[in-house]
Design a protein around this ligand. Structure first.
Ligand code: GAL
Length: 682
């Protein structure tokens, strides 16, 4: 999506619908005995400006009620009548949940847990991704679907499976893991060296001796743990590839898999390569009041999804009202549905889709929000919010396929480094996953209207003004050297504690950390310290502001940085530089030694953004709790504060959503869209 060099924008590959998609997961297979319900669905979809539905996600038992006996008649009728009514289909492969006959006849498709227990039939997303039988059976039904619907003009996209997740520890996975290790390491001696197995007498004499990590066996070798996560990612990737190949033979439409929020199990940078476009499911925990922080987190995930392919993505699922699986399942407050939907569009989504179109009468999700509820009417509050969103998406269809305002900032979201940090046995037990720290960095920039890409350590750094490395524990494959080179040639880095400690094998660098960056950052060999919740440690900025340290901090043993911007104020580290800036080559590097609590990072980013003259999409001060995002020549102003906010505009402007003037007061949960030209000169 960064249109940096060519100025060219990129649209979703071959997705044939001209506008932004608006729709929902649609499960008519739950209503096949009620044709009048299905007829009403189509009428009401048209009323709600729905132009696409995701069909058949969990419909395997309706499509193949017995092994080899297929029933496609109902699906033929639904896809045809949707299409005749201007509604496209995102057609799912049903691999997210298998039918009972499959599980009973081929128990190898059922997952085995870490303790070695094979699970029973039930639930979903819990089959073995290695099982040749499961792969064969999914490929068979996929090929049937592809043959039947691959040339249907109404089918514009394939939705492979659903929310892939989790691990399996069955004998098939175990031997696949051993083969994977053999391919990676060649010899067991090499594995022993790179897993540091001389520790606790863990040396293996052959690959056959290696078991996957298990609480009943080995759980604490971090190199093994990271490799297991890589292996599970690769198994999922090859499972997706297997399905995609089955489709491809007969179906030219693009394919996607729906990804998840802050997901840990797999490396999405790897999975994204298996699909034509990225889609994901976004369910923020909204409140009646201030939602700025939560929606900043949602936008961070949107931005990550966009960055995975540097292209627009699809918001595949969101709720029109409430979910049923949060601890507190609150309704979206009036206005919030449109505003949160447009945030996704302005982060690069070419769709707003929901789970789900219609509430089922039974099953686990009968109380999950839907466009049509059990009252079976369309004159409801939720329906009217959905209808309004559909109208607005039609007005904004010029955004489809456009770039977001070219982000000048890159945050390094490296999943492998994240896994390694979370397995590191140091610092704060159970709290070493850097994701919450990344979220805090994103929040500080979100408040200032600054956009960012989020990519892993393989991504090119050139073209960004600022590269953020919050807690980049693992410097994979020469990342430290590349970062150093980027700064030498004029780039800027902001790195925080716990960075550049281990290599891609999760082995500690020796001879100076952060590896390859000590002279760039102007600090070396930091000792990592951790605080009890009641410990108070402060960092005092040179301008007098006092920031509280949050749990984790480090003591740099040598500091050669040119500029000290803040020091520890108390404790044994009192007076030690904790925020520094160091020029290196044509660029420079900021270093922050600690996690900061509350909005402490806002102060630090204030200094950095000012030094680099980085500004957001809104040239005037943003009212508190509001966000501004730019895409395709338009700017979204969103009030997430939970209260009405005066805008104090310097001159009248037009709101593209209403065609009238942008209001002087943006109401709580409200939003406005303004053409860029109208605000361009500040
Ligand atoms: C998603 C899932 C959907 C539905 C939804 C409920 O994670 O893909 O099938 O369960 O959650 O919020």
């Amino acid at each position: 999506m960064r249109s940096d060099l060519s100025g060219e924008t990129r649209s979703l590959p071959r997705l044939s619908h001209p506008g932004l998609l608006h729709g929902a997961d649609y499960n008519p297979d739950q209503w096949l005995d009620r044709p009048e319900v299905l007829a009403r669905d189509i009428e009401w979809m048209k009323k709600a400006h729905v132009n696409c539905v995701s069909l058949g996600i969990f419909a395997w038992s309706a499509l193949e009620p017995e092994e080899g006996r297929y029933e496609f008649g109902w699906m033929d009728r639904i896809i045809d009548s949707l299409y005749q009514n201007g509604i496209y289909t995102d057609l799912a492969t049903p691999s997210g949940a298998r039918p009972a006959w499959l599980a009973k006849k081929y128990p190898e498709v059922l997952r085995v847990d870490r303790e070695g227990r094979r699970h029973l039939f039930g639930e979903r997303h819990n089959h073995c991704l290695t099982s040749p039988v499961y792969r064969e059976k999914t490929a068979a039904i996929d090929a049937m679907l592809a043959r039947r619907y691959g040339s249907h003009p109404g089918v514009i996209l394939w939705h492979i499976g659903n929310e892939f997740s989790g691990d399996c520890f069955c004998p098939l996975c175990q031997s696949a893991f051993r083969r994977w290790l053999q391919r990676k390491y060649g010899t067991v001696d090499e594995l022993n060296r790179r897993w540091w197995t001389s520790f606790w007498s863990q040396r293996y004499a052959s690959f056959d001796e290696v078991d996957p990590p298990s609480p009943l066996g080995e759980m604490s070798n971090p190199s093994m743990q990271v490799d297991w996560r890589r292996f599970c990612t690769d198994q999922c990737a090859s499972f997706i590839r297997n399905e995609r190949l089955a489709l491809k033979k007969y179906a030219p439409q693009p394919a996607t898999v729906n990804l998840m929020w802050g997901f840990y199990d797999y490396d999405y940078a790897v999975l994204a390569k298996e699909v034509d476009l990225v889609s994901w499911d976004c369910y923020p925990r909204l409140r009646p009041g201030d939602n700025l922080a939560e929606l900043a987190r949602a936008c961070m995930n949107h931005d990550y999804m966009r960055s995975l392919k540097d292209a627009p993505f699809l918001l595949m699922e969101s709720t029109p009202s409430q979910v049923n699986w949060h601890t507190v399942n609150q309704l979206k407050r009036p206005g919030m549905h449109l505003t949160s939907s447009l945030l996704s569009v302005f982060c690069g989504s070419d769709s707003v889709m929901y789970f789900q179109w219609r509430k089922g009468r039974g099953g686990a999700e009968a109380f999950h929000g839907a466009v049509i509820g059990h009252e079976d009417r369309c004159d409801t509050r939720v329906f009217s919010e959905v209808e309004r969103t559909g109208e607005v998406l039609e007005k904004l269809s010029f955004l489809k396929g456009t770039a977001v305002d070219r982000p000048r900032v890159l945050l390094v979201w490296d999943q492998q480094s994240r896994w390694a940090a979370s397995f590191a046995q140091t610092g704060l037990k159970g709290a070493m996953d850097p994701l919450p720290v990344w979220e805090k960095h994103c929040l500080s920039l979100f408040k200032k209207g600054i956009r960012m890409d989020l990519k892993d350590m393989d991504a090119p750094l050139e073209g960004y003004d600022l590269v953020l490395c919050p807690e980049p524990f693992m410097y994979r494959n020469g990342f430290g050297e590349r970062l150093r080179d980027y700064v030498r040639r004029g780039g800027h880095v902001f790195q925080t504690c716990f960075g550049g400690i281990v290599d891609e094998d999760d082995l500690c660098f020796t001879g100076g950390a952060p590896h390859a960056m000590t002279d760039v950052l102007g600090i070396r060999d930091p000792e990592l310290d951790a605080l009890y919740p009641e410990d108070e440690l402060y960092l005092r900025l040179t301008d007098g502001r006092r920031l509280r340290v949050d749990g984790l901090c480090e003591y740099p043993q040598q500091v050669t940085a040119g500029q000290v911007l803040g020091t520890y104020e108390n404790g044994f580290m009192k007076g030690t530089p904790a925020l520094t800036f160091h020029r290196y080559g044509k660029g420079g590097a900021w270093y922050l030694a600690a996690r900061l609590s509350g909005d402490g990072l806002d102060a630090v980013y204030g200094l950095i953004l000012e030094a680099l003259s980085l500004h957001g999409a809104w040239p005037w001060p943003l009212p508190e709790g509001c966000a501004a995002l730019e895409r395709g020549g338009a700017v979204l102003l969103a009030n997430l504060s939970g209260e009405d906010r005066p805008l104090s505009l310097p001159r009248p402007m037009t709101d593209l959503l209403t065609g009238g003037p942008v209001p002087e007061v943006l109401c709580a949960n409200g939003c406005a869209v303004i053409r860029k030209e109208e605000i361009a000169d500040g």
